[in-house]
Write a protein that binds this ligand. Structure first.
Ligand SMILES: CC(C)(COP(=O)(O)OP(=O)(O)OC[C@H]1O[C@@H](n2cnc3c(N)ncnc32)[C@H](O)[C@@H]1OP(=O)(O)O)[C@@H](O)C(=O)NCCC(=O)NCCS
Length: 142
């Protein structure tokens, strides 16, 4: 995150600073977090989060996916999203949304492979390393 704009976090977290992020997930329900390990080491995570706080949005989630840079292209992201969406199938959910900071062709192809369709772009919505970045939004029917 300190070298790329694919995530809009701008620095490494302390464990304490990351706690509110972990707290949004539960072991049951629509807001889930799955972590992958490969050969005993952290390999990635996938999660589903509230799309917006207001109650009428509760049938929508925003998803997040991350594979460790040294293991991309080895099926970890696929395994994580397969598990996440298989768990979400049992929930009262209707739509998933994913925002992809541009450029990120790998993530666009990855999300399209999971049935996400492009719905639009927020232009220059974030600034990192002194440069503005667009975020392209994708939607998937659940
Ligand atoms: C995007 C990301 C999660 C994909 O995870 P991954 O483990 O590398 O992907 P997988 O090996 O599971 O590939 C699954 C599918 O995604 C697509 N894909 C993955 N990487 C790709 C690439 N570099 N170019 C094109 N398609 C790609 C392919 O369709 C692939 O299917 P296939 O193997 O049947 O061809 C991963 O590259 C990543 O974490 N990147 C850095 C962080 C990031 O961009 N997160 C997403 C922010 S929105």
């Amino acid at each position: 995150m300190e070298t790329t704009a694919v995530t809009f976090d701008v620095g490494a977290f302390t464990t304490e600073a990351r706690e509110p992020w972990f707290a949004q997930f539960s072991e049951e329900g629509p807001h889930r977090l799955f972590v992958a390990e490969l050969e005993g080491a952290f390999a990635g995570y996938a999660g589903s989060m509230a799309f917006k706080a207001k109650k009428a949005y509760s049938t929508s989630v925003e998803t997040t996916i991350y594979a460790a840079p040294d293991i991309t292209g080895r099926g970890v992201g696929r395994a994580l999203y397969e598990r996440l969406f298989s768990e979400l199938a049992a929930e009262d959910l209707h739509r998933a949304y994913a925002g992809i900071a541009l450029p990120n062709d790998a993530s666009i192809r990855f999300h399209e492979r999971f049935g996400f369709k492009e719905i639009g772009t927020y232009h220059e919505v974030g600034r990192k390393f002194g440069r503005y970045h667009d975020v392209m939004w994708f939607e998937k029917r659940l």
